[in-house]
Design a protein around this ligand. Structure first.
Ligand code: ADP
Length: 198
């Protein structure tokens, strides 16, 4: 009898996708603080779970209290934050898992780096778009008020740049759509891409 471990080939991504009955993709949501990334991400994860997809949600706030808790908000640290999380995404995608990412990821350079690490065929960029004034009015975490008082240095949109993505795969204008409409739109976009075909 041939021993099972004599075959040194790793189990491949497509074997795992077959077992999970899904195609793995990375949904990358970028946008200002308060634009709606977490709200949409959480609801989308629930909708996909209802449909029996295995999904992992990565959120900036959570990642920054765990794996990246040694990083701050200088441009260099923001880049390192995204580099690490992009590498983690690559591991998940190779395991057949659909990921949803909620990161400001403010510059074209940072998003291009993430796309290059993950691979362009798996990386789906969604621009969660809302004007700064709207995000500031929402001020979900009270951080815009603090940033305006100068209590938070290097705050995206105020004292640190945000580049409008030039070529996103999807744009959700959350100042003109309800949460339900935004989630439905994201769902319509992602479902055909992750649905398993034999
Ligand atoms: P972010 O994760 O981008 O910092 P959050 O999801 O934490 O943003 O906050 C967005 C806020 O905007 C929430 O209070 C949410 O209810 C509100 N909101 C209003 N319209 C929308 C929409 N269409 N999509 C997402 N969030 C919306």
């Amino acid at each position: 009898m041939e021993l099972f471990f004599s075959d040194k080939k790793p189990v491949g991504r497509s074997d795992k996708e077959q077992r999970l009955k899904q195609k793995a993709k990375v949904l990358w949501m970028t946008g200002l603080s308060g634009s709606g990334k977490t709200t949409i991400g959480l609801a989308l994860e629930k909708e996909l779970c209802k449909r029996e997809f295995l999904v992992m949600l990565f959120d900036g706030d959570l990642v920054r209290t765990g794996i990246n808790k040694n990083l701050k908000f200088s441009m260099e640290d923001r880049k390192e934050n995204i580099r690490r999380i992009a590498e983690v995404n690559k591991l998940f995608v190779n395991c057949g898992i659909v990921t949803i990412n909620c990161f400001i990821s403010p510059t074209n350079e940072i998003r291009t780096m993430a796309k290059n690490i993950i691979g362009k065929d798996d990386f789906l960029e969604v621009f969660i778009s809302a004007p700064l004034e709207i995000c500031e009015t929402r001020d979900v975490k009270g951080i815009y008020a603090k940033a305006r008082k100068g209590e938070i240095p290097e705050f995206t949109g105020i004292s640190s740049p945000f580049d409008i993505p030039p070529n996103p795969d999807l744009v959700l204008k959350t100042d003109r759509m309800s949460v339900e409409e935004s989630v439905q739109c994201a769902l319509d976009f992602i479902l055909p891409k992750i649905t398993f075909q034999k």
